[in-house]
Design a protein. Structure first.
Length: 135
């Protein structure tokens, strides 16, 4: 598995517009347009530093995985870390050999950058939800 770099850190928020404004105001970060990702059940906006993006996530509905997270953390908080990888299919094979659990059906879905992503179970990585995105 060839990890290049951290792509983004995702933070669940109850109000994406308010949260984006806070980040932008406090740290002078450039922000993207808000995107709706129906397949993932979230609204998304990216805030950019020179070397890293912060992804803010707001649930679209009560079925969103972010809704459950916000019930436990009403003010929001770090939801996952995303790493870039070169080949998601090869990575999935390696992860299965290592008995690392992939969430969902184990197949990649397109993420916010229209690139294939998978999520690794937090129980396998010190309680941390990890997203892998093909570059």
């Amino acid at each position: 598995m060839d990890n290049k770099k951290v792509n983004h850190i995702a933070i669940a928020v109850p109000n994406i517009e308010k949260a984006a404004l806070s980040w932008e105001k406090a740290l002078g970060m450039e922000k993207s347009e808000i995107m709706i990702l129906k397949d993932h059940g979230v609204k998304v906006v990216f805030l950019e530093f020179a070397n890293l993006k912060i992804e803010l996530l707001e649930p679209l509905n009560n079925e969103s995985p972010i809704t459950k997270f916000l019930k436990k953390n009403p003010k929001g908080g770090i939801h996952h870390i995303c790493f870039e990888i070169k080949n998601i299919r090869d990575t999935i094979k390696v992860l299965k050999e290592k008995k690392i659990n992939i969430l969902g059906d184990g197949n990649p879905k397109n993420g916010a950058h229209e690139k294939p992503v998978i999520f690794l179970h937090p129980n396998d990585l010190s309680g941390t939800l990890v997203e892998l995105e093909e570059t």
